[in-house]
Write a protein that binds this ligand. Structure first.
Ligand SMILES: Cc1cc2nc3c(=O)[nH]c(=O)nc-3n(C[C@H](O)[C@H](O)[C@H](O)COP(=O)(O)OP(=O)(O)OC[C@H]3O[C@@H](n4cnc5c(N)ncnc54)[C@H](O)[C@@H]3O)c2cc1C
Length: 406
């Protein structure tokens, strides 16, 4: 039976961005009736539940960008949120390690960005101090970032859902609600789902890997296409986990918005290494062999994808080779932690990044949020959007207040 339910605001996507937006709007506008619609049977089922669990500090991002602004502000708010709601986290710090002189200019640039973005406590360190912080790591220079940390993002998402529903008994966070399409009317939209139709005055699209499709359902032609990039993780065996105390990162290749294969101590004490970045044949496929013909067709029929391949084929092939040949991955990890052996590294989970790609093959680096009519579409929210989620929520709440006259 189709149920028709009236809401003021429907947020599509029960990942950390959708939940943070709904939470912030609910905090400011207690009179609004808000529904968060999530297609899976649990919250944080995709990017939010498949990431590195790192609280970023904001040093990788171009000063003045939305990423820089929201990461720095969002980090502080997230840590405060975790403290007040008893969510597992640890501000353990990280080091970004240069292992070759050719990486020093990029390390310098990250340092300058960090200072410009107001990241606290940054310190350029040498090989001896690297050893004091991470006894098994090796490098010629590094940046020590004491404000970085680790957190359980799934627990954050679940707590946000709880608070949204506590803010008003009329608010709902609903799983198993796959959004199928919209029927637009003058003053409201009917959002059709697998569990009935929701009539609403406003829509916020936070559908992550599906955000461009939701935008198209709303009748707009988004200026970007989501192209999925899978990231495979490995885990250190229990015997080798002590070789990494906290977070050890390489100097990232400045041409790509990915941070490179790093070591992360998770909140449960295990140590992950990864993720790589390979073109994925399925938007929500977490195994190497998973293919969706629809997803692959949509990626490969987009001219931007071929322009990206043409420009970066060498990097792409290298990532593929490391995904399939453990020896190459081990070599990459040994640059940061030389005593690691192949048997220390075991297969782990994977995540898929929703990476917005422009028609000219440009990887859209910054967050991309567009207002169209009665809808706000979050078209690109890659890393550090989990760290920045509460600040993104503030921004969208403000945008909705102004543009929708709430
Ligand atoms: C491998 C990897 C590592 C990362 N590491 C970090 C990190 O350490 N720190 C950090 O800050 N960030 C990190 N990120 C980035 C961060 O995880 C994402 O930016 C963030 O989770 C995005 O949240 P989201 O809510 O936009 O997307 P998602 O978490 O993907 O949520 C979108 C939701 O929308 C739902 N949805 C989609 N279509 C529909 C539909 N039609 N109907 C209803 N629901 C729908 C999906 O099921 C999903 O739950 C990482 C990302 C990846 C992939």
């Amino acid at each position: 039976m189709q149920v028709k339910t009236d809401f003021d605001m429907v947020v599509i996507g029960g990942g950390i961005v959708g939940l943070a937006c709904a939470y912030k709007i609910a905090s400011v506008h207690a009179n609004l009736r808000i529904a968060v619609l999530e297609k899976e049977g649990r919250l944080a089922a995709h990017q939010t539940g498949h990431n590195s669990g790192v609280i970023h500090s904001g040093l990788h991002y171009e000063p003045g960008s939305a990423k820089a602004a929201t990461c720095t502000a969002g980090r502080e708010e997230l840590v405060e949120f975790a403290r007040s709601h008893d969510i597992r986290h640890d501000i353990c710090g990280k080091i970004i390690v240069a292992t070759d002189p050719s990486e020093l200019p990029a390390l310098e640039r990250i340092h300058r960005n960090g200072l410009a973005n107001g990241v606290e406590g940054l310190e350029r360190i040498g090989p001896e101090r690297i050893k004091e912080i991470e006894p098994c790591a090796a490098g010629i220079a590094a940046l020590h970032v004491p404000s970085a940390g680790i957190i359980d993002f799934v627990a954050v998402a679940n707590k946000l859902a709880e608070l949204i529903q506590e803010a008003s008994r009329r608010n709902k966070v609903l799983v198993y609600h796959l959004v199928l399409g919209f029927d637009k009317h003058d003053f409201y939209t009917n959002v059709r789902t697998t569990k009935g139709t929701f009539s609403t005055r406003h829509v916020i699209n936070c559908a992550g890997l599906q955000s461009d499709r939701i935008a198209r359902m709303d009748g707009i032609d988004p200026p970007v296409r989501i192209v999925p990039f899978r990231g495979d993780y490995s885990v250190l065996s229990s015997g080798a986990a002590s070789k990494v105390r906290n977070l050890i990162y390489p100097v990232p290749d400045p041409r790509f918005p990915f941070l490179g294969v790093h070591f992360t101590r998770m909140v449960d004490g295990s140590v992950e290494c990864g993720p790589n970045a390979v073109f994925a044949f399925k938007r929500e496929g977490y195994r190497k062999a998973e293919v969706s013909f629809r997803d692959t067709w949509e990626s490969l029929s987009y001219p931007g994808t071929w322009l990206l391949f043409a420009r970066h084929w060498r990097y792409g092939l290298g990532e593929y080779a490391r995904a399939f040949r453990k020896r190459l991955l081990v070599g990459q990890l040994q640059r940061l932690v030389p005593s690691l052996a192949a048997e220390d590294i075991q297969p782990g989970n994977a995540g898929v990044r929703a990476q917005a790609l422009g028609p000219k093959g440009n990887l859209v680096d910054d967050f991309k949020i567009e207002v169209r009519g009665n809808a706000i579409h979050v078209l690109n929210a890659p890393s550090p959007a989990a760290t920045a989620s509460l600040a993104i929520g503030n921004h969208i709440s403000q945008l909705a207040t102004e543009r929708f006259g709430l």
